[in-house]
Design a protein around this ligand. Structure first.
Ligand code: HPA
Ligand code: ZN
Length: 326
């Protein structure tokens, strides 16, 4: 089995990571102090102790509460820069992170402020750490499609900062078809599309994301196994799934890592990748997710290499840019 140094040395891309989900308790407290905010937890230990989730919504409630510590351009810079340093330590060579603009515009923080901090850190990540990046603007699916459209319109003058749109937050009851118009507008404007589907929601939500939102990747997608026909389609289209093993066990999508289906999907020919989703909340960054899969599922060297390669070829890098990592 591949040792951790081998896994670290594999060139890897991370394609499913929410910047707000990389806010570590230590930084959250530092930002709260800097911004004169009182958090509803006594200290870092008390906050970490609250990270026990029964499902996605339990997590989202804390995730949105935690994001309230982010106020200034420098806050968004510090958040993104801290994540990139973790990437460098884990052997991540390319990232395509999400940010959730509506989480911040609702608190009066303009998208321009969010993007200024995030983009400055991503530029420093390229210059100082050699990590390339493409940013994804993600809509909150528990809000209305009109709210998503207004968000896209506010972001369009800032379009040099992001290359794709995504869809996250509470999945059940908020199917992809709710966002057909805004994704059509985004495609029309030249953005690539991805969407969370088949995390807690049914296989049909994955089909909707493919047929109605015309996504180029499915985020999560692990419930595809409930439709053998869909699995065959994912294989024949080589549609990437950005799977998040530690997230799935922490949010009880799988009761135990030994029950996770990522390696079965890989062996069937589905183009799966490993990602950290919200690493500050789920107990580990990208390398920790590889290690968890290795330990629980006896991942082989060949499987690790295939997963890392998939992360590069499923990325938005051009074929020429991908070549240096293959
Ligand atoms: N699912 C849905 N919404 C999210 C997630 C997730 O895994 N992480 C952050 N927002
Ligand atoms: Zn996610």
């Amino acid at each position: 089995f591949p040792d951790t140094d081998f896994l670290r040395a594999l060139p890897k891309a991370e394609l499913h990571m929410h910047l707000e989900g990389s806010l570590e308790p230590e930084l959250m407290f530092a930002l709260a102090e800097r911004n004169g905010i009182t958090l509803p937890y006594a200290d870092v230990e008390a906050l970490r102790a609250a990270y026990e989730f029964g499902n996605l919504q339990d997590f989202l409630d804390l995730y949105y509460q935690g994001a309230d510590a982010l106020r200034t351009e420098q806050d968004f810079y510090d958040l993104t820069w801290a994540y990139l340093q973790r990437c460098a330590a884990d052997g991540v060579v390319h990232v395509e992170p999400f940010f959730d603009p509506q989480t911040h515009t609702v608190r009066g923080i303009p998208i321009a402020v969010q993007l200024a901090g995030i983009s400055r850190a991503l530029a420093d990540g390229q210059a100082e750490l050699g990590i390339s990046s493409r940013l994804i603007l993600s809509f909150l699916r528990h809000l209305s499609e009109d709210d998503a459209i207004a968000t896209l319109q506010e972001a369009l003058p800032l379009r040099e900062h992001f290359v794709a749109v995504g869809l996250d937050s509470s999945e059940q009851g908020n199917p992809p078809d709710k966002f057909e118009r805004v994704f059509a507008m985004a495609r029309e404007a030249g953005f690539a599309c991805v969407a969370h589907a088949g995390e807690e929601g049914p296989a049909d939500y994955i089909v909707q994301a493919l047929d109605l939102l015309k996504v180029m990747r499915i985020d999560h997608g692990v419930r595809c196994v409930e439709s053998p026909e869909l699995v065959q389609r994912l294989i024949s289209e080589q549609m990437p799934l950005t799977v998040c093993p530690l997230s799935n066990t922490r949010l009880k999508v799988f009761a135990d890592m030994r029950e996770h289906n990522i390696l079965q999907l890989l062996e069937q020919g589905v183009k799966v990748t490993i990602n950290s989703d919200d690493p500050a909340y789920f107990g580990g960054y990208l390398l920790a997710n590889f290690v968890a899969v290795r330990d629980a599922l006896k991942m082989t060297r060949e499987q690790a290499v295939a997963l890392a390669r998939n992360s590069i070829t499923a990325s938005l890098l051009t074929d020429g840019e991908q070549q240096q990592w293959l």
